[in-house]
Write a protein that binds this ligand. Sequence first.
Ligand SMILES: *Cc1c(COP(=O)(O)O)cnc(C)c1O
Length: 394
Amino acid sequence: MSNARKYRPATELVHGGTLRSGFGETSEAIFLTQGFVYETAEAAEARFKGEEPGFIYSRYANPTVDMFERRMCALEGAEEARAMSSGMAAVAAALLCSVKAGDHVVAAKALFGSCRYIIETLMPRYGVEATLIDGAKIENWADAVRPNTKVMFLESPTNPTLEIVDIAAVAEVANSVGAKLIVDNVFATPMFQKPLELGAHVVVYSATKHIDGQGRCLGGIVLSDKQWIDEHLHDYFRHTGPSLSPFNAWTLLKGLETLSLRVKQATYSAGRIADFLASHPKIERVIYPGREDHPQADIIKRQMTGGSTLICCDVKGGKKAAYGLENGLKIVRMSNNLGDAKSLITHPATTTHKSLTDEARAELGIDDGTLRISVGLEDTDDLLEDIAEALAKA
Ligand SMILES: *Cc1c(COP(=O)(O)O)cnc(C)c1O
């Protein structure tokens, strides 16, 4: 079966990749099985040789997980994918299967903390050096290239300050030196940004975020062309075992059915909240990819088809004022997660980015008054009132 996209995204999100069993079930079945039985010894031999299609062992592939991979391929316009147990399993796999000792990686330094650990701390232990750059300045990518550069890695928009990296421009640099560009597309969501169409070679997601979208389970996925998956990821994946549980794959499949509606609604509310915050006297600065005053609005117009479900803002008065706002909220809950049905707020300097030095935080534009809001699915006016009341008290 081809993984090519046939219909518009909302349709693929409901039907893409469905594999029906002999019972003709409407909703996707959960195949909670480790293994599969063969009718004959010859059939087992043929399946192991790859001469006959079929499943062998759920560490390699499983029908429910397969449906999730195919649906994601259809949405993303990718030929192949491997679903994993978490976003970090996906990022680690995409990076580690691409390099060997002696290779070099260039990455934007505004990265999700664990991605930064893999690149900055883990890979050097195995002889893979990395250069971390300010990825928004496009000339930095070419300047960091060495003869042994094999991979470039970035997130856009970045966490938490929603800075944009020009994906097409970085892909051009990567292509010119024979390196592969891997994009962590979590913040943009598959609805608003298609890195493969912009020239990236590999896309990774934490499906824990908008894809589940209801705060239930962890998951991740790596998508690319068939050749890259076959040559780099296939064996790594089979033998290191980051496989996704079939139950979680099913939960994520159900999440995909409503992804388009959820992201649209959360983005609508986020846009309204960003405008409200931008006009509020207690707010110093608002960074929102859907606003004309985003410093990189021109790149956003080129590479994204929507704003964001996330907002970054600086409250006047530093940490005390930021805490005052957080503690005054009744609907928006404090949590470091994002992409949930529930609106969530976090203070990066003391939570997700607390392990960075003051200088590193300042470089990323995070100060003591910075807050990140992940907008959920509550009524827009209730959210606006909750934030307005908390700000009035702060
Ligand atoms: C959450 C997240 C990850 C890690 O995903 P997990 O599912 O928590 O392992 C990686 N990158 C980004 C940008 C994320 O937001």
